[in-house]
Design a protein. Sequence first.
Lengths: 468, 466
Amino acid sequence: MTRRIPLLATLTVAVCTAWPAVAQNATAPVTAIRNATILTVTKGTIEKGTIVIRNGRIATVGANIDVPRGATEIDATGLYVMPGIIDAHSHIAVDGSVNELSLSVTAMVGIEDVLNPDDIDIYRGLAGGVTTANVLHGSGNAIGGKNAVIKLRWGKEARALLFEGALPGIKFALGENPKRASASPNAGAERRYPTTRMGVIDVIREAFVEARAYQGRWRGYDAAVKAGDRTAVAPARDLALEPLVEILEGKRLVHAHSYRADEILQLLRLAEEFKFKVATLQHVLEGYKVADEIAKHGAGGSTFSDWWGYKFEVVDAIPYNAALMTDRGVLVSINSDSAEEHRHLNQEAAKTMKYGGLSEEQALKLITLNPATQLGIDKRVGSIEVGKDADLVLYTAHPLSVYAIPQQVLIDGVVYFDRAKDLQARDTRAKAKQALKDKEKAGAAPARSTPTETTPKVETTPRVEGDR
Amino acid sequence: MKLARLRVAALGLACVVGATTGPSAQPVAPIAIRNARLVPVSGPPIDAGTIVLANGLIRAVGARVDVPAEAVVIDGTGLTVYPGLFDAFTDLGLGAATTGAAGAATPRPAPRPIRGPQDRPATTPWVQAADEFRADDRRIETWRSGGITTVVTAPRGGVFPGQAAVINLSGERREDVIVRSAAAVPLVLTPPGAGNVFPGSLMGVYAYVRQVFLDTRHATDASRRYDANPRGKTRPEHDRSIQALQGALQAKTPFLVPASSSAQIDRVLTFGRELEIPVVVYGAHEGYAAAARLAKARVPVLVSAHWPEKARDGDPDADELLSVLELRDKAPRTPAALAEQKVPFAFYSDGLSGPSEYLANVRKAVKAGLAADTALRALTLDAAQLYGVQDRLGSLEAGKIANLVVVQGDLLGDKSTVRHVFVDGRRFEGTADATTGSGSGARPSGRGGPSTPPSSIGGAVSGGRR
C-alpha cells in the first residue's frame, strides 16, 4: 500500500520536519519568556512564570526557573501566555476556489496543491493568536477535497506552512450544500446528482463501495507480488479513490460538514458500516441532540459559539451546544470558518462560560488542546508543556476577557507577530507606498489600452456564506 | 545617396519576386548586405561586415566575405544587422477558430458529459500548431515588420490546448514555414470553464493534470505489455490525449507551465518535480523574487514582456496594495535577476498588440538592469535554444536560416527603425511600428491588404518611394 503514497508527500514531510530545527539553530537557539501568567491548559496557571524555548520547542516551564545565559529574553510582565490557537475549520491561504463543485466526489483535489502563502488572512489570523489552522475544502459536495493543516508561518513559502506530520484529512459534507438543489446547472450541463439528503448519503456509500473494490484490486496485486508473481500488473492509480482507501485504513481523517441531528446519525451509521471513524463533525449545530451517539462513535465536534440562522437547516441551534456536547463526553472545539472570526476565537471560546458554564480551562481547551487532538497533533501543540512546540500567544489580559489583545505570537519559538513592530512598520509601509506611487506618476508613459492578457492571474479566494 | 536607395529598392523588388514560391523552391539570386554593422549574437559584433544570404540560408558572415557576382547587393552603411527576433510564446496564426476545442473541421456530435478525469475535459494535446497554423492571420505582418521573424505559436483553450510549433513568418504555405513541430506542450492551469464542469477550480486542475500524467505512464506500461504478448489480454483503451503525451514525454518535449507570482513559481517547480516532466515556466512577473530557486531547479523561463500596468480605466486615486505597486515597479527587473542567476530565459509578447510595445517593454528590462546583449540573446539565440533550434536559428552564422532584421540605430536603444526584415531569406520591409522614435519611420504605406503576397509589398514600397 505504501508504494502508492506519492513520493511528494514523503518528501514534503522530510523537508518540513527539517525546517524548524534548522531555522532555530541558525537564528535564536534559546528564548526565554519571563514573568508571565502562564495558562498551560493542561497543568493549571503559573503566576510570574518563565518559559524557556530551545530549538523551537518548550524546554522548561515553571515559576522558579533560571534563564540560560545568552537567551533572548521576552519580558512578559503583566502579560498572559497561552498556547497558540488552533482553528479546526478554516479556508484561508487558498488560491482559487475552495470548492471543486463539478462532481459529487472530488477526493482527488487537495488544498496542499494551492496553498497561497501570501494570503494576508494568514497574518490577520496570526494577529488574533491563531498559530495552526485546518484548511478545508468547501462543503459543495458530498465528498470534497483533501485538507491541509498549516502553521501560520507568515513569510514562509507554501510548503513550509504545512504542519509536518499532521494526519491527512478530507472534507465531507451533508445536507443542503452538497444537494445543491438550488444551484442551476449550466446550459447543456447535466444536473449534478444528488439533490436530496437520501442522495447525499447514497453518493458517500457508493464511493466507499467503489473504494473497497479498488482496495481489493491493490491487495490482490500486492499479494501476487509478495508471492513472487512477476507477471502481476499493477492496477491503474485512481486519485479520487486513494484517499477513500486511506480512510478505510485509518490513515486519513474525515471532517464532515453537518448540521442536523438526522444527517449526523446517517453518517455515523454509514461510517460504522464501513468500519471507519469520523474524526470530526464540523459545525454540528444540532450536535447537542445526539451528543451521546457522537461520543459513542468517538467523533469530535467542531462548532460555532453562537452563529446560526443563516439557512433553514441551521435554525434549531443553541449557544449551549459546545457546553452540552462537552458535558456528554464529546471532544469539542470552537472553529471560525471565517477569516474574520478567526481573529477572536478566544472570545468565541469565552462565550461557552456564559452559555453552559464551562470552566476557564474547558473554554481554553476548545480552541487549543481539543482541536489539536481532533487533528491528531496533540503531541506537538495545544498546551504549554515541556517538549511541545513553542507556539505561544502573549495577551495583554486574560485571553477569555474581551479586553485581551495579542502582543506577540510565536510559532516554533519564532516571533511571527509582534504588535509593537507592526504598529511601527505601518508608517514605513505607508512611505514606501507613497514613494512607489510618486515614482510611477513621474515615469508614467501615456497609458495604453491593455489587450487580453494570457498570463494567469493569482486567483482570489471567494469567501461566501455558502461555504458554511 | 538617394540614387543608391533607389537602386536598393529596385533590386529588393527583384529578389522578393523571385522568392515567392517559398524557401525550398528554386534558387534565387543571393543577397549581400555590405558595409553594415553585424551583430551575430553568437560572437562579437563586426563593425563593417558583409553577410551573404542564398537559398534561404546564411551563406557567409564576416568582415571580409566574398560577394558572389550574381548577388543583389544592399548597401548597409549606417545599418545594423541582427538575427531575426523571436516571440517565444504566442498564438499568432492560430485564431480562436483553430484552437483545440474547435479544431476539427467536421461538425462533431454534442460533447459527452464530463464525469471525471477519465473523460479528458479540456484536453487536446494531439492538436499541433504546425497543422493549424494559418499564414493569413492579419497580425503576422505587423509582427514581422517590427523584426519578429520567428514565433513559437500554440493553440489556446483548455488545460492541454495542443502542441506549439516554431514557425518562420516567411510565407503562405504552412508546409514552408514550420521550423519545428511539437516544440513544446503548453499547459494552462486556470479552470477551463464554468465551476460546475470538472475541473472547476485551480485545485481541480492540479488534481486533473496529476491524474493525466499517472494515466499516461500507466498506459505506456500497459501497451508495452500488451504489444509484447497480446494473447489472452484485454487490449488497452485507445486515448489520443494519452498518446500525444506519451510522445511528448518520450521526446523530452518541454512542458510550458504558467506561473506569475513567486508562490506560483514555487508551486509549479514542486509540481514539475513530482510529475517528472521537463518544465519551462511562463509568465514569471515576480521572477525577480524566485530567480535563485529557478536556477537551482534548472528550469528555464519564458518571461512575459507584458509588464503589469495600472489599469487604464481604473480609479486613479484607488488605494492599491503595496504588494501590487511593488510588483509593477519590480516586474521589469525579472530578466536581470534571471540573468544574474544564469537562468535561461526568453521573452514572449503575452497579448501585447505589436512589436513596438514588445520591444519597448524589453527596453524597460534593460533600463531595469538587464545587459543589452543579454536582452538580445533572450530575443534570439536563447529563445532558439529553449526550443532546441539553436543549430538553425538565433544567430548570424554561415549555414543557419537567413532570418535577420536590419535596423537603423540600435535595436534596443531609444531610437531605432527597422529597415528590412529577412525571413527564410525573403525580404520584407520594416515599418514605423517597430520604432520608438517619432517621424523617422513614417513611410509610404501604399501596400495592399495584409494577405497580399510579399512581392506586391516590395513593389508598393519602392513605388511609394518614387
